[in-house]
Write a protein that binds this ligand. Structure first.
Ligand code: NAI
Length: 303
């Protein structure tokens, strides 16, 4: 018996799968038996334009390799688009087991120069609409199905630009860190329905990053991100609510930790100043997985 991780009969929706990372996730899971919805609007990196051919070409590629897939060219960026994407899966395959929120665009600008007022180029709303609200719009109709069937795997594509910070990406970084909060709450709400939600922060050479990778580019094959996505999409996925950094063959756990902290029942401004070293001392930090576990970190001080 082989211990290869298979996806026989699993229905997988991947948004933005007409190229880059999404295409690689699709090729990998289709090769292992998944029935894949290849969603892609087919626009430019900044989100302008559309090309129905992007999704169709990946479907053709999968079919030529003996796999099964269907194209969907709706935008993730509206509630109607999100519903239509999930409906494509239901019409073609009757259920949804896995959703990979991957569609994305960039409108980088330093915060000082970021425009979004009426009459100005909108560098904010389309970025939030595709990455953050788009995840709501596609995930909720999928969630209804997953909850009903008592099974689901959701992988959302975050970014180190938001988790750790990067110049010129307040819009994108906020949307991407928003997906971490989204993922952590979904993990809490999905636990009793066997719905697991996790997020990845990938690093890969794609059209989105080709101008910024420099010498690292040839180490960052986008196909090296997909094994983690497939593992998180699998029945055997051991975690929920977690974030992983992945690129070029490296996989690492990104976790949100909290120091033990300083406590004084009558806290003053000067006490904060004078005990700053204790506030920030990372010795014995905690890694709470939800709000309840975080609140529990206060309790030893109140005993
Ligand atoms: P990409 O540009 O090749 O892929 C993004 C895909 O999303 C495109 O095919 C695009 O047509 C599609 N898309 C955009 N707006 C859409 C919409 N409204 N509806 C449906 N599809 C839409 O770039 P890449 O690198 O493959 O990006 C995939 C995801 O990974 C994105 O969310 C990106 O922000 C994220 N990411 C990528 C990193 C990298 O190093 N390549 C780093 C961190 C995050």
């Amino acid at each position: 018996m082989s211990d290869q991780l298979g996806f026989d009969g699993k229905v997988v929706i991947i948004t933005g799968a007409g190229g880059g990372l999404g295409r690689q996730h699709a090729l990998l899971m289709a090769a292992r038996g998944a029935l894949v919805v290849i969603n892609d609007l087919g626009g430019a990196v900044d989100g302008s334009g559309s090309d129905k051919g992007a999704a169709e070409r990946v479907v053709d590629e999968i079919k030529a390799l003996g796999g099964e897939a269907v194209a969907d060219t709706n935008s993730v960026a509206t509630p109607a688009g999100g519903k239509a994407i999930v409906q494509t899966a239901l019409d073609a395959y009757g259920k949804v087991d896995v959703l990979v929120n991957n569609a994305g665009i960039l409108r980088d600008k330093s915060f000082h120069n970021l425009t979004f007022a009426e009459g100005e180029p909108d560098l904010l709303n389309p970025v939030l609409d595709v990455h953050l609200k788009g995840a709501f719009y596609v995930t909720q109709p999928a969630w209804v199905v997953m909850r009903e069937q008592g099974y689901g795997r959701i992988i959302s594509t975050s970014s180190a630009a938001g988790i750790f910070g990067n110049f010129g990406q307040t819009n994108y970084g906020a949307a991407k860190m928003g997906l971490v909060g989204f993922t952590r709450v979904l993990a809490v709400e999905g636990a009793k329905y066997n719905i697991k939600a996790n997020a990845i922060a990938p690093l890969a050479l794609t059209r989105m990053t080709e101008n910024i990778m420099g010498g690292l580019g040839d180490k960052l094959d986008p196909g090296l991100v997909s094994p983690l996505v497939a593992f998180l999409a699998h029945d055997d996925c051991p975690v929920s609510g977690q974030v992983f950094s992945v690129g070029g063959g490296r996989v690492a756990h990104v976790f949100i930790a909290e120091t033990k902290g300083f406590y004084q029942h009558d806290l003053t401004v000067e006490a904060v100043r004078d005990n700053w070293a204790t506030v920030t001392d990372q010795t014995g930090y905690g890694v709470p997985n939800n709000l309840g576990e975080e609140t529990a970190l206060f309790l030893p001080f109140f005993a």
